[in-house]
Ligand binder design. Structure first.
Ligand SMILES: Cc1cc2nc3c(=O)[nH]c(=O)nc-3n(C[C@H](O)[C@H](O)[C@H](O)COP(=O)(O)OP(=O)(O)OC[C@H]3O[C@@H](n4cnc5c(N)ncnc54)[C@H](O)[C@@H]3O)c2cc1C
Length: 342
């Protein structure tokens, strides 16, 4: 049999937390990895409030020492006003004290993860976009990029809401919620009421999330039930602050891929499953799926596990927590007694 030329064992599409975690997990198990990221990170990337559960995962990825350099603020809980008076909900505590969440600048955070990947020998190509999968007879052979082909044994799709591989392979990702379009923006100035902890506040027509990102920078996200928020909408508490850029929109309809893995490919992070930001766990799930996929890919490529079983187990693992999360989120929305989740 003729050995085919390989550029890498694994090619990862996307340099967000999911793709980077997958690349780091694969490289730290001795695999050769190429990672493609199409964008030079903009200073404002949403997803800055990290759940405390992300910290042990980041330590596992070798980032505990450098993590403090990208943390702009910490908080031990969240203010929630959701069908009842405003209450402070702490994350929890253990023998070492209260757990705390982190506010990070995502551009810095994502760059830190990519730097760690490079340190482990990952060939990080940025900016470089994946343009099409290289289709073999029964499996993928890699990825075509705007800079030529990358031939690899496994493709990891960490392209986020773009769902690049799912769209290219025709893997459906059906909606599991009403259409949920959020609008979000960034403000500069001071807002002492928001410095200690983020807030999630529901009203008659939707909900608003407000958080401090770092010194003098704040972020908000707004969802209107059954409608798209106006482009010039601003949260009351931030009206005296200066907008840092135009507001942007994002489709956060809950979705999960019909298959999150297959012969020679894995989807990680938002590319596999999306929930809206009230779950506050998108980055945590991105890191978890990246780490898990890396573990399974190494097992398969090192001959310790059959590929089809690994793909099935991975899909079942994601489907299990996704179903639990949508059950919890549906119950959470129903507390508001509006028609959206009736
Ligand atoms: C308004 C808003 C607020 C949010 N708030 C929070 C929050 O507070 N906390 C939280 O945990 N989560 C939050 N989230 C969710 C969080 O941002 C995502 O869950 C998380 O970023 C998913 O990580 P990822 O790596 O899967 O995808 P992403 O972070 O989206 O990264 C995907 C990467 O793939 C790249 N890419 C796409 N296509 C290609 C291609 N063809 N070739 C090469 N590269 C490609 C993109 O450029 C991008 O860098 C929020 C989301 C939004 C929209």
């Amino acid at each position: 049999m003729v050995e085919r030329h390989l550029d890498a064992d694994v090619v990862v599409v996307g340099g967000g937390p999911a793709g980077s975690a997958a690349a780091i997990a694969c490289a730290s198990r001795g695999l050769r990895v190429v990672l493609l990221e199409r964008d030079v990170f903009a200073s404002e990337r949403p997803g800055e409030t990290l759940h405390p559960g992300a910290e042990p995962l980041l330590a596992q990825l070798g980032l505990s020492e450098r993590l403090p350099t990208v943390i702009g603020a910490r908080h031990e809980g969240i203010w929630i006003e959701w069908g009842s008076p405003r209450r402070y909900e702490p994350y929890g505590a253990d023998g070492d004290g209260p757990w705390s969440g982190m506010q990070v600048s995502r551009a810095d955070f994502d760059s830190l993860l990519l730097a760690r990947a490079r340190e482990l020998g990952v060939d990080v190509r940025q900016p470089c976009a994946a343009t099409a999968p290289l289709l073999g007879e029964a499996r993928l052979n890699g990825v075509m990029t705007d800079d030529g082909p990358v031939v690899a044994r496994v493709v990891v799709d960490g392209s986020g809401r773009a769902r690049w591989l799912g769209r290219a392979l025709g893997v459906d990702s059906p909606a599991r919620s009403p259409r949920l379009i959020v609008r979000y923006g960034y403000m500069e100035g001071t807002c002492p009421v928001r410095d200690a902890a983020p807030a999630l506040v529901a009203d008659q027509t939707g909900w608003t999330w407000t958080a401090r990102v770092n010194h003098r920078k704040y972020q908000w996200t707004r969802l209107d039930f059954g409608a798209v928020p106006d482009a010039d909408w601003l949260p009351e508490e931030f009206r005296a602050l200066t907008p840092l850029s135009r507001t942007r929109g994002a489709d956060m309809t809950w979705r999960m891929a019909d298959s999150a893995a297959g012969p020679g490919w894995f989807m990680v992070g938002d590319a596999a499953a999306i929930l809206d930001p009230t779950s506050s766990r998108g980055v945590l799930k991105a890191l978890m799926t990246g780490v898990m996929s890396g573990h399974l890919i190494a097992g398969v490529l090192q001959g310790k596990a059959p590929g089809d079983e690994a793909a099935r187990a991975y899909h079942a693992w994601i489907a299990d927590w996704f179903e639990t999360d949508i059950g919890n989120l549906t119950a959470f929305y129903r507390m508001l007694n509006n028609s959206l989740f009736a």
